[in-house]
Design a protein around this ligand. Structure first.
Ligand SMILES: Nc1ncnc2c1ncn2[C@@H]1O[C@H](COP(=O)(O)OP(=O)(O)O)[C@@H](O)[C@H]1O
Ligand SMILES: CC(=O)OP(=O)(O)O
Ligand SMILES: [Mg+2]
Length: 395
């Protein structure tokens, strides 16, 4: 089987998918899964399009980078064992930050990797791990072309105004501006919208990508005009473990009064806050929705309140609101979250059909709603596979 291997590497996990070229690229993966627990006891779990499920423990040794390499090596062996005649013709990676330079996917070589390495401080939770997977593939399969697909690229269509911070010009000129993330997901979802909401897909649309990381994007004519995430993936909405937007004065206070340094503030902003920090229970929306603890309810309420506030802001940026679309693990599956956001957004002429929402139908707006409301599953991996083949066609 000739196939594109898609990799989305996190700090301790490696999500993968294999898309067959038969001879055209398949819309759905033949096989997908993840390796979790890299750094401790890595375990591979996978599913095939035919419904088979696999799990496999991986024997590793050494530090995090070496374990990533060994885990990837194990994955490649495992894929070949389960797919006789497997021929990986390309590897496509999710790379979170493409900086100012990259507004489209790019074929990876040493010079591009070095440039992307310089963006690591802007996405400390993602970029180093994304690049580690790129290097591991380069060492294990040097003949396979690799393509980086960026979370930031989709937002390069935003106006200079939407990207600006009110900072002195010299700092803005250095590239300290708003980039936006989750672009692979927004692009995938935006391409589905014409068949789901018709002409409104060309109007003012807000997509809420609500996963572990969460952001929202305003679109006009299918293009990004504004987003809640900015310079880094910590701005905007409250997330699983990230604060989202926070008065910068809080950071000054913590530095001056509590002696916190950059490392401890990074931990606080990225790992200890959000749903986890507010609830004190979990970062997982399923656990919080299933809990009777008032702290869990408070965390969910704040999560929904922040989404509703940002919806108002993005409607202003888009010049109205023709449609609201939910995606990501929470957006796709957490009906109570969608219901709370909709209730707070009635002033926009938006209302949902409670039954359609509870059943998780694609269109959940009520008959009288001025705004279309939809639930559209995202598929960042399919987007990466498509981008990868497009980028290599041009080589
Ligand atoms: N059935 C469900 N009900 C509520 N929340 C869910 C459900 N399924 C998944 N989620 C939530 O989705 C979030 C993970 O989203 P996902 O998009 O898979 O994350 P990631 O950003 O890691 O890809 C978690 O908070 C999880 O609890
Ligand atoms: C950019 C970002 O926040 O990604 P994720 O949702 O994968 O954490
Ligand atoms: Mg995700």
């Amino acid at each position: 089987m000739r196939a594109v291997l898609v990799l989305n590497a996190g700090s301790s996990s490696l999500k993968f998918a294999l898309f067959a070229l038969e001879p055209q690229l398949a819309d759905h993966p033949a096989l997908w899964g993840q390796i979790e627990g890299i750094g401790a006891t890595p375990e591979l779990s996978a599913r095939t399009a035919g419904g088979e499920r696999f799990s496999d423990e991986i024997q590793v040794s050494g530090g995090q980078t070496e374990q990533h390499r060994q885990s990837l090596n194990h994955l490649l062996d495992w894929l070949s064992a389960h797919n006789p005649n497997l021929d990986i013709v390309a590897a496509g990676h999710r790379v979170v930050h493409g900086g100012e330079r990259y507004s489209a996917p790019v074929r990876l070589d040493e010079a591009v990797i070095a440039e992307l390495d310089r963006l690591v401080p802007l996405a400390p939770l993602h970029q180093p791990h994304n690049l580690r997977a790129v290097r591991a593939v380069a060492s294990l399969m040097p003949e396979v072309p690799q393509v980086a697909c960026f979370d930031t690229a989709f937002h390069r269509s935003q106006s200079p105004l939407a990207q600006a911070f009110a900072l002195p010009r010299a700092l803005s000129a250095e590239g300290i501006k708003r980039y936006g993330f989750h672009g692979l997901s927004y692009d995938f979802v935006a391409r589905q919208l014409p068949t789901i909401i018709g002409e409104r897909a060309k109007g003012a649309v807000v997509i809420a990508h609500l996963g572990n990381g969460a952001s929202m994007c305003a679109l006009r004519d299918g293009k990004s005009v504004a987003s809640t995430m900015g310079f880094t993936a910590v701005e905007g909405l409250m997330m699983g473990t990230r604060t989202g937007s926070l008065d910068p004065g809080v950071l000054l206070y913590l530095m001056e009064q509590k002696g916190m340094d950059a490392a401890s503030l990074t931990r606080l902003l990225y790992k200890e806050s959000g749903l986890l920090g507010v609830s004190g229970i979990s970062q997982d929306m399923r656990t919080l929705l299933g809990s009777d603890a008032p702290e869990a309810a408070e965390a969910v309420a704040l999560f929904c309140y922040r989404i509703a506030r940002e919806l108002g802001s993005l409607a202003a940026a888009a010049g109205g609101l023709d449609a609201l679309v939910f995606t990501g693990g929470i957006g796709e599956h957490a009906a109570p979250v969608r219901a709370k956001v909709a209730a707070m957004s009635a002033w926009l002429g938006l209302s949902i059909d409670q039954t359609a929402n509870a059943e998780g139908r694609v269109r959940i707006d009520s008959t009288g709603s001025r705004v279309a409301v939809a639930v559209v599953p995202t598929n960042e991996e399919a987007m990466i596979a498509r981008y990868t083949m497009e980028a290599l066609d041009g080589c």
